[in-house]
Design a protein around this ligand. Structure first.
Ligand code: SF4
Ligand code: SF4
Length: 448
């Protein structure tokens, strides 16, 4: 690792920079690798979410600054901002900035789902396929989210604010920046309030996000936004089904047509993911056949395309894959020690190009046409009276509280941290005030 990589990765860790597109992977780890390409994932293909587009519209230079730092840290010769060509309003400005920077270009992609899947993005940008069970670094690429690079550009300044989109059944769908730790209820108020009596929400995009009803939950550093919907919206109902129910329905109705597999983006990249065979395994009780077929879930990226678009029966192959992976984890089986790991380089399916699913069709299928509108950038300058800083806002070990009840903290003070030898990074106070509650899950701060 070069001196600059070490210094930049220290800055990222101390500032608590994590993947801001939902994953929350600690960014300092990526800065320690070596890669020829540094890619900005600006695909933002989850319907209704707009925060990355708005960052690129209003703060583009910062994202390019972050990209240049990442390129220097990993030794990348090429930087590429990968965005859908439908964003024609902002692309000329992005191209102008790219031209003024060294070795950075803008890649314009089609409007399909999941263009933002890290491995699909790597293939679109470089023609390289990440090996099964591998990561982009294995093919000389490092991929970073728009907001993550925006945060990285501030070199060591703690991440205390978050860009989020509030969309769906709210009066004024909007994108804004708020202190980490405010509640979703406060964020919905900033978007004009609910338009339905019994709301629920999807935390993250409608495809990969999780259904929730507790609007008192806090915004985290990894939050991308929420989609508010009526509790009885079919998408909420389907995503909320528990394992016993979807397993029973899956078992009784799957006709093994294999559409789920034929449209699977990872299968189309040449990875051996076959959700229809995972569905078949649900017909067997746990035993050798069950385990054999379940292995076809191991490379599933949980994009939900099979469950929310491909399956003509409206079944839930994605959940079958998630459940199979969890069962296999208990048996200590991952892809590397599975029977499917036979080596050999994967090849993209010859019809991959023709099986890309347009986001417009997806929006119709999800029943979100009425909610599909802009969420304009809005300056809110919100000053909360209280925030709740979660100790687990990233992949890896959760933080342990680093403050005591009654203690005064300034904005940006470390309130939780992870031992240096563990994967993770600190969390910071997003407002100045007094610590009123501390436990292993969160630190609460009352504003001055
Ligand atoms: S698409 Fe649906 S019905 Fe067809 S194999 Fe997959 S889960 Fe079964
Ligand atoms: S969720 Fe379905 S479509 Fe997506 S990767 Fe997994 S099996 Fe494939």
């Amino acid at each position: 690792m070069s001196d600059f990589s070490a210094e930049f990765s220290r800055d990222l860790r101390s500032a608590g920079v994590v993947g801001a597109g939902g994953a929350g992977f600690p960014s300092y780890v990526k800065a320690q690798g070596r890669a020829g390409y540094a890619l900005v994932n600006a695909a933002e293909c989850e319907p209704l979410l707009k925060k990355d587009q708005k960052i690129l519209e209003y703060f583009p230079a910062k994202v390019f600054d972050g990209l240049e730092l990442l390129m220097r840290a990993v030794g990348a010769e090429k930087g590429m901002l990968c965005i859908k060509k439908k964003h024609e309003k902002i692309i000329p400005r992005l191209e102008e900035i790219a031209k003024s920077r060294k070795n950075i270009t803008v890649l314009k992609m089609g409007d399909y789902y999941p263009a933002g899947d890290e491995q699909c993005l790597v293939y679109e940008a470089t023609g390289r396929i990440v090996p099964p069970g591998g990561i982009p670094l294995d093919v000389g690429c490092v991929v970073s989210n728009v907001e993550t690079l925006y945060n990285a550009a501030f070199r060591g300044v703690p991440v205390t604010e978050k860009f989020i989109t509030i969309a769906g059944a709210v009066k004024k769908p909007a994108t804004f920046k708020v202190p980490v730790g405010i509640t979703w209820a406060e964020a919905v108020e900033l978007a004009g309030g609910f338009t339905v009596k019994e709301p629920a929400y999807i935390d993250g995009g409608p495809m990969m996000g999780k259904v929730a009803t507790d609007f008192s939950a806090p915004v985290t550093k990894a939050s991308a936004g929420i989609i508010v919907l009526p509790k009885n919206h079919p998408l909420i109902v389907k995503k909320a089904l528990g394992r016993p129910v979807f397993s029973r329905i899956n078992r009784s109705a799957c006709d093994q047509c294999s559409f789920c597999t034929e449209f699977c983006p990872r299968y189309l990249l040449g990875h051996n993911v076959q959700p229809h065979r995972v569905m078949r395994s649900q017909l067997f009780s746990a035993g050798p056949e069950h385990k054999l077929h379940s292995q076809y879930a191991l490379l599933c990226c949980e994009c939900s395309l099979c469950s929310l678009y491909s399956c003509p029966e409206g079944l839930n192959p994605r959940e079958a894959c998630v459940a199979a992976k969890s069962d296999l984890r208990e048996l200590k089986m991952g892809f590397k020690n599975s029977g499917l790991n036979k080596g050999g380089a994967p090849k993209a399916h010859p019809v991959r190009e023709f099986r890309k699913v347009p986001v417009s069709k997806l929006v119709q299928r999800l029943g979100l046409t009425d909610y599909s509108k802009d969420a304009p950038w809005t300056e809110v300058n919100y000053k909360p009276s209280k925030v709740r800083i979660l100790m687990s806002q990233h992949i890896g070990s959760p933080c342990a509280p680093a403050v005591k009840e009654g203690q005064r903290v300034q904005k940006g003070a470390v309130v939780g941290d992870v031992p240096a030898d563990k994967l993770g990074c600190p969390v910071h106070a997003s407002i100045a005030g007094t610590v009123t509650k501390v436990n292993e899950k969160y630190v609460e701060i009352q504003a001055d």
